[in-house]
Design a protein around this ligand. Structure first.
Ligand SMILES: Cc1ncc(COP(=O)(O)OP(=O)(O)O)c(N)n1
Ligand SMILES: Cc1nc(C(=O)O)sc1CCOP(=O)(O)O
Length: 521
């Protein structure tokens, strides 16, 4: 019978809260929906381990859930467990296999590609990939690899039957990010999550197990459904109509756009938000991020001047918990090692809905050598194949990518939209790129509002973020054209206030008329 790895509980008796017993907690977890149990005992003698394993086996049998023993093949044999979990320094797989019954499950811990390749050669049943997040449950011998690291190891399992769970710091508040962010570009996803402290240390193991299981199941079903059904058939006409509709939603709902942006562009970004009909809040203190996440329509994180890293980390984490859109604008990410590391840290912590940047910035993020950057600007003529570049990066980052330039390109990994509005004066004022990010966040908030009907958590964000990104770009570039053509605009100094005016006066009909867009695929 195939094993359901969805919610894999690894035990930890030392973490049990006062007032409960191991068996009581385990039974509650099983009732809550745990699908596999691993008995992990690190500081006990053999007799005690044997007794705990024996009691666990009886309980797991009652719930028809497989029991795995950590490290000890002899204990697994003694209690007739379903299998063993082996670390990199434990008994080699081929020896364990020779000692265990033929259908025994064997799982192995993996932290890097060599581990995964060896596990495939050893024909193990599953791998435990970790640590995905920091954890204090055990002293870590291996580096934290983050969700994107998990994704690269999952890709190595393509074409094999080896199953995979992620372990290390997995909690209900990072579960969707863990699942979504670790899906490989080829679509390989986790078969489950392995959890110790979130369940074992809880006073409510039933409730927390239930939440974790339901979240996993909803996400799994949602991704399977998305894969099975044809993706939205975007056309230039329905995209423009969708953007016009989002403009109406902004006007009627006046969403709050939380922006952690750079000192150069804060004022004009706030004014652009207001001009579109939304409300800006430019809050940066970590202490206020949780409260804000509940009321915001979308979050923009722009690190043109990276002075609020702690706030950026927390804001994104809480926005993910609330499943609100996050627009990330990694300004000048290629310029310094600090920015590269910060971008990696942010993207390993939360799931962006849209990443927006110029060719130099997105090239640096993708570790492409094709386009170079100078400070915050891109150098050269851009990517030879921008459509494929945005599509591939969207698949890798599991979000919408908006590549800005003379021509703008947007992709969700399936569809690519080419946008040809704008005016050269936009390049002559500082912060026009930052304002594009603001406009995208505003349209994403409307897209989120439009889709906000589901009750069960299934994806890190709801709503059509591709449409949000296209809408934001169109608003600023069409307003830019209108401003540049005004007789009272005599240069970049008069252009900026005119741009805010034109954003304020922008109407859905104008977007329908002026938008120059092409849906490529
Ligand atoms: C599912 C799962 N994955 C990884 C581990 C870690 O096992 P190991 O590397 O043997 O480390 P210890 O558990 O022995 O500290 C695991 N137990 N389960
Ligand atoms: C047992 C174990 N193995 C890990 C690995 O990376 O191999 S991390 C880990 C502890 C996981 O505990 P928690 O869910 O409380 O973070």
């Amino acid at each position: 019978m195939p094993i359901d790895y969805s919610l894999y509980l690894v035990t930890g008796r030392d973490l049990l809260p006062e007032g409960t017993t191991y068996i009581k907690s385990l039974e509650e977890s099983l009732r809550g929906g745990v699908t596999v149990v691993q008995v992990r005992e690190k500081n006990v003698d053999t007799l005690e381990f044997l007794e705990i394993a024996r009691q666990s086996k009886a309980l797991c049998d009652k719930y028809q859930v497989p029991l795995i023993i950590n490290d000890r093949v002899d204990i697994a044999l003694a209690v007739n467990a379903d299998g063993v979990h082996l670390g990199q320094t434990d008994m080699p797989v081929h020896i364990a296999r020779s000692l265990l019954p033929p259908n025994a499950i064997i799982g192995v811990s993996c932290n890097n590609l060599e581990h995964v390749q060896q596990a495939i050669r050893d024909r193990v049943d599953y791998i435990g990939i970790g640590p995905v997040w920091p954890t204090s449950t055990k002293k870590l011998a291996n580096p934290v690899i983050g969700v994107r690291g998990v994704g690269s190891l999952l890709a190595a399992l393509d074409g094999t039957t080896v199953k995979a769970v992620a372990i290390g710091g997995v909690k209900s508040d990072n579960l969707l990010r863990t699942l979504h962010g670790s899906m490989s570009p080829s679509g390989h996803k986790l078969d489950g999550i392995a959890v110790v402290s979130e369940i074992v240390a809880s006073h409510e193991p039933y409730a927390i197990s239930r939440t974790l299981r339901e979240t996993y199941t909803a996400w799994d079903a949602c991704t399977a459904e998305q894969k099975a059904k044809p993706s939205i058939a975007y056309t230039a006409e329905n995209t423009k109509a969708g953007v016009a509709n989002l403009m109406g939603i902004i006007q009627t709902t006046n969403p709050l756009i939380h922006q952690i942006t750079n000192v150069v562009a804060t004022n004009q970004s706030a004014n652009a938000t207001l001009a579109l009909g939304a409300s800006p809040i430019m809050a940066t203190a970590p202490e206020e991020m949780e409260d804000l996440s509940r009321v915001l329509g979308a979050l923009l994180i722009n690190f043109g001047t990276v002075t609020d890293k702690a706030g950026m980390i927390l804001a994104g984490k809480y926005a993910n918990c609330e499943r609100k859109p996050i627009v990330f604008d990694p300004v000048g990410v290629g310029a310094t090692q600090f920015r590269r590391e910060t971008a990696a840290q942010l993207l390993n912590t939360w799931q962006a809905s849209v990443i927006k940047g110029n060719a130099g910035e997105l090239g640096a993020l993708a570790e492409s050598q094709e386009v170079k950057a100078k400070g915050v600007d891109s150098v050269g003529s851009g990517f030879a194949d921008p459509a494929n570049f945005v599509k591939n990066l969207a698949r890798r980052e599991r979000c919408v990518i908006a590549l800005t330039g003379k021509t703008d390109w947007v992709s969700d990994g399936t569809t690519v939209v080419k946008l040809d509005n704008g005016h050269e004066l936009l390049g002559n004022i500082t912060g026009s790129g930052c304002m594009v990010g603001t406009c995208i966040a505003t349209f994403c908030a409307a897209a989120f509002t439009q889709a906000n009907t589901e009750s069960k958590p299934s994806m890190p964000v709801r709503g059509d973020m591709l449409l949000g990104a296209v809408g934001g770009i169109l608003a600023l570039t069409i307003a830019g054209e209108a401003a540049a053509n005004r007789s009272d605009v005599r240069g970049s100094g008069t252009f900026l206030p005119a741009l805010i005016d034109e954003l304020y006066n922008l109407r859905p009909e104008t977007v329908l008329e002026k938008a120059r867009i092409q849906v490529i695929s």
